[in-house]
Design a protein around this ligand. Structure first.
Ligand SMILES: O=C(O)c1ccccc1NCC(=O)[C@H](O)[C@H](O)COP(=O)(O)O
Length: 396
């Protein structure tokens, strides 16, 4: 990260109230000149404190009497622009949406936009994330964080997601099941036409699921937060994972307000410090964070972050859709499994699990839980689908 930013900031006394959130694109009385960029684009609002803890000595801020809290806000806002560089330095290929769309061109009465590498998503995950950035910005305008804070007072209490997985694992001697309420996916299209989320959730619970995963993305998975709320309100006891594409801490508060007990954080999307702070926010809210990895580099990054309790290994490459369950085994080989044991982390094998042999294979590799969607949601009775998947009744 060293040398990414050479920062010269002139900060006159700040007149706005300390401790009050200031929009990052309008901090009064602050002039910042960057060596690498002159204009300051609007920065998206995910936690972008990547450089706050860095030792980067090239970032210098003129000493002024700014309350510490405000100074941090200023720095966060400044470094927001460099998120893609920070992410790339950690091997993250997913870029964040450029805030200006493709440039407009005019030919006679027609206007058109030129697509190019910089303003067009390179794969499905990037497309989802760019859409999410826009969607969350819109949602935040409608329901601010302070509104969400109030809603949290009326949220149903959290249930112990990790505890439920451990308990099921001990009880059955098999991996605890997170059964996914999944209507559709970008790779498989519609999985189930007669989709009643509450009926499916109840069938999963009867069939012995320890926890449920509820897809809340509407555009790509035909899920919704309404489904999450309906399942919670129907009295399903299994703790609920909000299966979202988190790009902003706002989504974590929202998930909790809607009754989630856990949330997904994807290492292919979020830089280390985002994962670190977001999982702290989860802890504060009583949520479990399922941190998802797909390759060795992501696994090593996440193992280097303190306080992570639950890691999901996705057998699906979210950029290409390729599914290979031996990915779980590959990531648990060697000294990684030793570190996982030392840190008492529960590993979840995710995606592409269809048969008792598949379950046995990932269990042998070292997982104590599995996350399954397609193979069980497609069964006429998804509860019986669980028995078929495990090769035995795991409901009692
Ligand atoms: O499932 C997809 O096509 C997909 C595409 C892009 C991003 C995420 C995607 N799926 C999320 C998941 O990883 C799965 O829903 C989950 O692990 C269950 O997988 P499966 O049992 O194979 O349905």
């Amino acid at each position: 990260m060293e040398g990414l930013v050479s920062l010269r900031a002139t900060i006159p006394p700040v007149t706005h109230r300390p401790n009050k959130f200031t929009p990052r694109n309008s901090i009064p009385g602050i002039t910042i000149n960057f060596r690498t960029r002159k204009s300051v684009p609007f920065a998206s609002s995910s936690i972008r404190a990547q450089q706050l803890e860095s030792e980067d000595s090239s970032a210098t801020v003129a000493p002024v009497t700014v309350p510490e809290e405000d100074a941090l806000k200023v720095k966060e806002w400044e470094v927001g622009m460099f998120q893609d560089e920070v992410a790339a330095s950690q091997g993250i290929r997913i870029r964040r949406r450029p805030w200006t769309g493709p440039p407009l061109h005019y030919v006679g009465p027609f206007e058109f936009r030129l697509q190019n590498e910089g303003n067009t998503p390179r794969n499905i995950l990037e497309e989802i994330i760019w859409h999410k950035d826009k969607e969350v910005a819109k949602f935040r305008e409608r329901r601010s964080l302070s509104v969400l804070h109030k809603e949290l007072e009326n949220a149903p209490p959290t249930r112990d997601f990790i505890g439920a997985l451990k308990e099921a694992n001990m009880r059955t001697g098999m991996p605890g099941l997170i059964a996914e309420v999944k209507k559709a996916s970008p790779s498989r299209g519609i999985l189930r036409e007669d989709f009643d989320p509450v009926e499916i959730a109840q069938a999963y619970e009867r069939g012995g699921a320890a926890c449920l995963s509820v897809l809340t993305d509407e555009k790509y998975f035909k899920g919704s937060f309404e489904n999450l709320e309906l399942i919670r309100k129907a009295g399903v006891k299994c703790p609920l994972l909000c299966k979202e594409f988190v790009v902003d801490a706002w989504q974590i508060y929202n998930a909790r307000a809607k009754g989630a007990d856990a949330i997904l954080l994807i290492a292919a999307v979020l830089p280390d410090l985002d994962i670190k702070y977001m999982s702290k926010i989860c802890k504060l809210l009583g949520l479990a964070a399922l941190v998802e990895v797909h390759d060795e580099r992501e696994m090593d990054r996440v193992l280097g972050i303190d306080g992570i309790e639950l890691i999901g290994i996705n057998n699906r490459n979210l950029e290409t859709f390729e599914v290979d369950i031996s990915n779980t085994k590959k990531l648990l080989e060697g000294e990684r499994s030793q570190r996982i044991r030392e840190k008492d982390i529960i590993v979840v094998g995710e995606s592409g699990l269809f048969t008792p042999d598949d379950i046995a294979f990932v269990q042998e590799a070292g997982v104590r839980a599995v996350l399954v969607g397609e193979s069980i949601v497609k069964q006429s009775d998804p509860g019986k689908g669980i028995t078929g998947l495990f090769g035995k009744d795991i409901s009692s």
